[in-house]
Design a protein around this ligand. Structure first.
Ligand SMILES: [Zn+2]
Length: 352
C-alpha cells in the first residue's frame, strides 16, 4: 500500500478463506489486522525471515517462502523459538495464543498503581476448558528472550553451533510441539549458519538460481522432517520447575553465495544431473575437520547435517564408508551436557 492508494482492503481486515483448524477444533482464517495490532501492542513476528533471493522472480514455478530459508540476521529478535507453531497469529496471522496476552497480565502484576488498586492480586492468562494457565516468573518474563544463549559452541574440534534456551510457558503451542506430550515449557533452538555455493561439476551445470534455491529448500525440508516433525526430540527433567520439558528445535540458517564472515560453514554443492554420486565428499576422510567443504548435489542431506553438528557423516558398510542417513538420541548427547551445565540438573533426551 502507498499513501495514494492506501485503502483498507477486505483481505486485511476480514478473515480469508484459507482456514486452518487448531488442536482444540477451532478454525482460524488468515487475519492480517490481528497480526498487525499484535505488533502495535508489543508482540514480535514469530516466523523467520527467508533469504532475499527466495522470491517470485527467482522461483517462477512457486515455492516462495515454502519452506522458509532463514537468513542469518533475523530482525528484532534472533533465534526465534516459535516458527514451528505454524498457525500462530504472529506467525501466519491465524490463531491467538495465551502468550499473546501475557504482557497485559505481567504489566498488572508489576505496576505499583495497579497492584495498589487490586490488592496485589497476581494475574495470569487462562484458557480454562483446555486447562491452560499461562504465567511466567519475573526472572523469565519475556518469552522472546533466551534465558541461556551460547554462540559458536565448538564440537569435535571444528563444528560451531549456536544454542538458545527459551522459557515459553505452557499455552496452545505447547500442545502442538510434541503431540501427546504435556508440560512442555521450554524451547532449545539449535542454529547452524550455513553459507552455500554452487559449482558446476563434470559435464553438469546448475541451470539457474531456481535450481539452487530448490536444493536449499530440499535440504531444509529434509532437516525439518527428520528433526522437527518426525520423532521430535525433547529434553526432560521433571524436578526442574522452570524447564520440565524442552522441545529441541533444529534450525539451519542460510546465506546464499556472496560474502560473509558470520557463517559456521561454507558448503559448495557440485552439480549432478545424473542419478548417482560422482563426487565423494572429503568429510569421509579420517580426521577431516574443515569448515569449508564440498559435496555432491546427491549427497545424503542428513549426512551433511551430521557433519555440521560435529557428528561423523558416514558409517561403515563392510570396508566402505557410506552416508550415515540418520540422527538418533545418542548422537545428541551434547545437548544434554549443555543444558545440564546451564541448569545444574540431570536431563534425559527423549524422542516423541
Ligand atoms: Zn509482522
Amino acid at each position: 500500500m502507498g499513501i495514494s492508494e492506501g485503502n483498507f482492503k477486505a483481505n486485511d481486515y476480514r478473515p480469508r478463506s484459507d482456514v486452518s483448524e487448531d488442536k482444540d477444533g477451532r478454525r482460524f482464517g488468515w487475519f492480517t489486522m490481528a497480526h498487525e495490532i499484535g505488533h502495535a501492542m508489543g508482540l514480535m513476528d514469530e516466523y523467520q525471515e527467508s533469504l532475499e533471493e527466495d522470491n517470485a522472480t527467482n522461483l517462477p514455478h512457486g515455492g516462495v517462502w515454502a519452506p522458509i530459508l532463514p537468513i542469518f540476521d533475523q530482525p528484532f529478535i534472533d533465534g526465534r523459538p516459535y516458527p514451528w507453531d505454524e498457525i500462530s497469529m504472529m506467525n501466519t496471522n491465524k490463531a491467538p495464543r495465551l502468550r499473546h496476552f501475557w504482557h497485559y497480565a505481567r504489566w498488572m502484576n508489576q505496576t505499583n498503581g495497579v497492584k495498589n488498586l487490586t490488592g496485589n492480586t497476581v494475574f495470569h492468562v487462562e484458557y480454562s476448558s483446555q486447562n491452560f494457565k499461562y504465567s511466567l516468573s519475573d526472572s523469565m518474563t519475556n518469552f522472546y528472550e533466551p534465558v541461556y544463549s551460547q554462540d559458536d559452541m565448538k564440537r569435535s574440534g571444528y563444528a560451531k553451533i549456536d544454542l538458545r534456551l527459551y522459557k515459553i510457558g505452557e499455552d496452545e503451542s505447547t500442545k502442538i510441539a510434541i503431540p501427546g506430550q504435556s508440560n512442555i515449557d521450554g524451547v532449545l533452538v539449535v542454529r547452524s549458519k550455513l553459507q552455500w555455493f554452487f559449482d558446476d561439476y563434470s559435464s553438469y551445470r546448475w541451470q539457474n538460481i531456481e535450481q539452487k534455491l530448490q536444493y536449499l529448500k530440499d535440504f531444509q525440508t529434509t532437516i525439518n522432517n527428520r528433526m522437527n516433525v518426525n520423532g521430535k526430540f525433547y529434553l526432560e527433567c521433571p524436578s526442574d520447575s522452570d524447564f520440565k520439558k524442552v522441545f529441541v528445535f533444529f534450525s539451519p540458517h542460510y546465506y546464499f553465495e556472496g560474502s560473509t564472515i558470520h557463517d559456521h560453514f561454507e558448503i559448495s554443492v557440485k552439480a549432478n544431473g545424473g542419478s548417482s554420486i560422482n563426487f565423494q565428499p572429503p568429510f569421509y576422510a579420517d580426521g577431516y575437520d574443515d569448515d569449508e567443504f564440498e559435496v555432491d548435489a546427491l549427497q545424503n542431506k542428513i549426512s551433511i547435517y551430521r557433519y555440521v553438528l560435529g557428528m561423523l557423516p558416514y558409517r561403515m558398510s563392510g570396508t566402505n564408508k557410506v552416508a550415515n542417513e540418520d540422527i538418533t538420541l545418542s548422537d545428541l548427547n551434547f545437548l544434554v551436557t549443555w543444558i545440564n551445565s546451564k541448569r545444574g540438573r540431570s536431563y534425559q533426551l527423549r524422542q516423541g
